[in-house]
Design a protein around this ligand. Structure first.
Ligand code: DX5
Ligand code: ZN
Length: 215
């Protein structure tokens, strides 16, 4: 069954603990944390301190999505804070393999992400080593945007490569995923759906998460 990684990007940060409890009870497989630095994307969000505080109150694995320039500099801090998975952007590093190895060396899972206009070919040389590939289905930077349909072609292409080469990475999609768009993403081959607005704008997280899982 497809896994759900709710993003708390648009949630009320003053009610963080309550939000996390609702997500746990609702059946979240991960909690997706969007780290933005005002440079790689315009917005600024949270750093390792908040990641560490969240880690203290939950056992749900933390899926940390770094939308920052020079992620290499911060991998250690986010790993030490309690990230279970760190995703770096291919567009943000000069040597993707080296950055992924730095994450692996911290004993956690590593993932690489590509923006809507970045082709799958740009990450082909790391597909053998990566635990997960995150296909951005919107331009990174903010929640609540509409899914860009043709990004799902990259999900299908990755699924094909994985089968042909017998690789084992998971495929995650992020941006504009809702009850309406989840079928297309799952059909294309997504294993993990990051969902922000479609969950945190609702009162009953459990109900939405169930629908997103297709139950
Ligand atoms: C966007 C972030 C996403 C965002 C998704 O840059 O990477 O994780 O929170 O939000 P929705 O589901 O609202 O598009
Ligand atoms: Zn994200």
């Amino acid at each position: 069954m497809v896994k759900i990684a709710p993003s708390i990007l648009k949630a009320d940060f003053m009610k963080m603990e309550k939000t996390i409890r609702k997500l746990e009870k609702g059946g979240s497989d991960y909690i997706h944390l969007d780290i933005m630095d005002g440079s790689f994307v315009d917005a600024i969000t949270i750093g390792p301190k908040i990641v560490g505080d969240i880690k203290m109150i939950t056992r749900v694995p933390l899926d940390v999505h770094l939308m920052i320039v020079n992620p290499d500099k911060h991998i250690e801090a986010f790993a030490d804070a309690g990230a279970d998975n760190i995703t770096i952007h291919a567009e943000a590093v000069s040597d993707i393999k080296k950055s992924l190895e730095a994450i692996k060396n911290k004993g956690i899972k590593c993932a690489v992400s590509i923006k809507p206009n970045t082709p799958v070919e740009s990450i082909e040389n790391v597909l053998e080593v990566v635990d997960m590939v995150l296909i951005m289905t919107v331009e990174p930077g903010k929640g609540g945007q509409a899914l860009i349909e043709d990004t799902l072609d990259k999900v299908a292409a990755l699924k094909k490569i994985r089968a042909e080469k017998k690789y084992s990475f998971m495929i995650e999609v992020d941006g504009g995923i809702s009850i309406e768009t989840r079928d297309a993403a799952v059909l294309a081959g997504a294993d993990v759906l990051v969902v922000g607005n479609a969950i945190t704008s609702q009162k009953n997280y459990k109900k939405v998460i169930k629908q997103l899982k297709g139950i």
